[in-house]
Design a protein around this ligand. Structure first.
Ligand code: NAP
Length: 314
């Protein structure tokens, strides 16, 4: 169990899914901010309401519950729909019911995959605009469908909930696009990457800081309104453009030494079991205004991330 109480003051937080990519990053940010938290992962199974209740009884009460646990294997989800639903819908339902009963505030993480990726068109002539929190979800696969179901269960289970939808997450502590690209670029001399899916990368560290800001605001008596918020880094690109930048900066920073040609391809040319949203750009106005923050541009965050992993085997 990754339990950790820091300096004995500050908010008492239960971080669920503390061993995952975002959960691990969040543990570090909480520790650096001197926020008292306890983290659990598989040892407190979110699909079992009773295990959650037992833990809360023994270690609570918690003023904040942050749920980073999820089923995140988008392709595999198509074959493991029942398991995926247990984790992404039933789990959040149990957690929200517990938060509702015990009075804690829940922060639940969701995804751009709740949208169909066709984009929303408005204006005259119509132009595609980023997805807002109140745009109608219409997921195209099991992962997105179960995550949307999870969102609804959270909102039904407690009035004190924040749902933060994010996209294209990468960081130091899990398998993700950036580390996968670096790995492949070391092994291959050419790499095809899709150019017809557009979105905004999100450095897990930046998202962890934003989650911490939600908690800090609540603790200071300046809680922002409950509900759904969107967060990713600023700016939007295709996966191909992202890969190009990873390669160029990876070379400049000495993380990559060999040559690799990054070649654009279309989703149809790329073998995948599941259809992915073509346009995943999220409108972050609500979050920016609520917290009064500026969101880092995707390329600056990538640069900071690459500098951190330089010299490691990531
Ligand atoms: N990754 C992305 O690109 C992305 C994009 C948009 C949104 N999100 C959302 O962001 C959140 C965090 O994603 P992530 O990439 O950090 O996920 P992750 O690395 O897959 O972490 C999920 C964690 O949950 C744990 N877990 C699995 N089953 C559990 C159970 N029954 N009870 C308790 N814990 C369990 C996992 O443990 P094991 O690893 O041992 O199974 C893992 O430590 C998720 O809600 C995800 O949907 C992710």
């Amino acid at each position: 169990m990754a339990g950790f109480f820091c300096r004995g003051y500050g908010p008492v937080i239960w971080l669920i899914g503390s061993g995952g990519m975002l959960g691990t990053e969040l543990s570090r940010v909480f520790a650096e901010a001197g926020m008292a938290y306890t983290g659990t992962d598989l040892e407190v199974d979110i699909t079992q309401g009773a295990s959650l209740e037992d833990f809360a009884e023994q270690r609570g009460p918690f003023r904040w519950i942050v749920n980073c646990a999820a089923y995140t294997a988008v392709d595999k989800a198509e074959e493991e729909a029942a398991l995926c639903r247990r984790l992404n819908a039933d789990g959040p339902a149990h957690i929200a019911a517990l938060a509702g009963k015990t009075g804690g505030t829940l922060i639940h993480i969701s995804t751009d995959y709740v949208f169909n990726g066709k984009g929303i068109y408005s204006g005259d002539p119509p132009e595609r605009r980023p997805y807002r929190e109140d745009d109608p979800p219409d997921p195209i696969g099991i992962y997105g469908r179960t995550k949307w179901e999870g969102e609804r269960k959270v909102l039904e289970g407690t009035e004190r909930a924040y749902i933060i939808r994010t996209a294209w997450l990468y960081g130091r502590y899990g398998k993700n696009f950036v580390t996968t690209m670096l790995d492949l670029m070391r092994k291959r001399d050419r790499l095809s990457v899709v150019r017809d899916q557009r979105g905004s990368p999100t450095w897990a560290r930046n998202l962890a800081e934003v989650i911490t800001a939600f908690i800090a605001r609540g603790e200071e008596g300046r809680a922002v309104p409950y509900g759904i918020y969107h967060y990713s880094n600023q700016g939007d690109i295709s996966w191909f453009e992202f890969a190009q930048r990873i390669y160029a900066r990876g070379r400049d920073l000495g993380i990559l030494t060999g040559d690799c040609r990054v070649i654009p391809c279309t989703s149809d040319e790329y073998p995948s079991r599941v259809k992915r949203p073509g346009y995943s750009v999220l409108d972050k106005t609500r979050l920016k205004e609520a917290l009064g923050i500026t969101i880092p541009e995707w390329d600056r965050s990538l640069e900071a991330f690459l500098k951190i992993i330089r010299g490691t085997d990531a």
